[in-house]
Design a protein around this ligand. Structure first.
Ligand SMILES: CC(C)(COP(=O)(O)OP(=O)(O)OC[C@H]1O[C@@H](n2cnc3c(N)ncnc32)[C@H](O)[C@@H]1OP(=O)(O)O)[C@@H](O)C(=O)NCCC(=O)NCCS
Length: 174
């Protein structure tokens, strides 16, 4: 089903892998994951690490994706946003926000207490997005990134008690 933004969001399948590699290549600052790495995420090859990869598509074209990692064996359960990307030509339409909301919904449904992530300190768009979703800064790693060199800002959002329901609000539907 398609939400009001015209974006259909669903879990990634093997058929998405080529599109995911294509999106990554169009965003040099992203970690350049290979087809094999994307396949392993879809396949869930590591039993003690749970990964959830929502993709967003428009008219059959994959335009956005995210990767959420959960370690269900550790209490309290914590999530990590490992990746979030929107194709450059499809930005500033709310797609990044709904993919992020979908990952937070998934984390909440799996009883995660919080979700954290790392982001480049100069990535204004991503920082604004995360701050708008109540992520707060919990630290900084100097010179964590290369090409170009940059610090990593560590962000975290607590999910416990958050009643925000992106699906119920009609932003996205699955
Ligand atoms: C970060 C990214 C995912 C945002 O996706 P998007 O679909 O363009 O973002 P949205 O349209 O959902 O915007 C949501 C909010 O993010 C912020 N934002 C998004 N783009 C922005 C920009 N260019 N400048 C400033 N703020 C921006 C705004 O707060 C915006 O809310 P608003 O529209 O109400 O002002 C996208 O820019 C991207 O793929 N960047 C490259 C990959 C990346 O940096 N990923 C994050 C890794 S941690």
């Amino acid at each position: 089903m398609t939400g009001r933004l015209g974006l259909q969001i669903r879990p990634a399948t093997f058929d998405d892998v080529d599109g995911l590699v294509r999106i990554s290549k169009s965003i040099p600052e992203l970690p350049q994951w290979s087809s094999l790495m994307f396949r392993q995420i879809v396949e869930q090859v590591t039993p003690d690490v749970l990964r959830f990869m929502p993709v967003g598509e428009i008219a059959g074209e994959t335009v956005a994706f995210g990767v959420l990692t959960l370690l269900p064996g550790i209490r309290p359960v914590q999530g990590e946003v490992e990746n979030l990307a929107v194709s450059p030509e499809w930005r500033c339409r709310g797609f990044g926000k709904v993919i992020l909301l979908r990952m937070l919904d998934e984390a909440r449904s799996r009883a995660a207490a919080s979700v954290h992530l790392e982001v480049r300190s100069r990535n204004v768009a991503a920082l604004r997005l995360y701050h708008s979703m109540d992520f707060v800064s919990i630290g900084r790693r100097r010179d964590y990134y290369a090409n170009p060199a940059d610090d990593a800002v560590l962000l975290r959002v607590h999910l416990t008690g958050r009643q925000e329901a992106s699906i119920a609000s009609g932003m996205i539907e699955d």
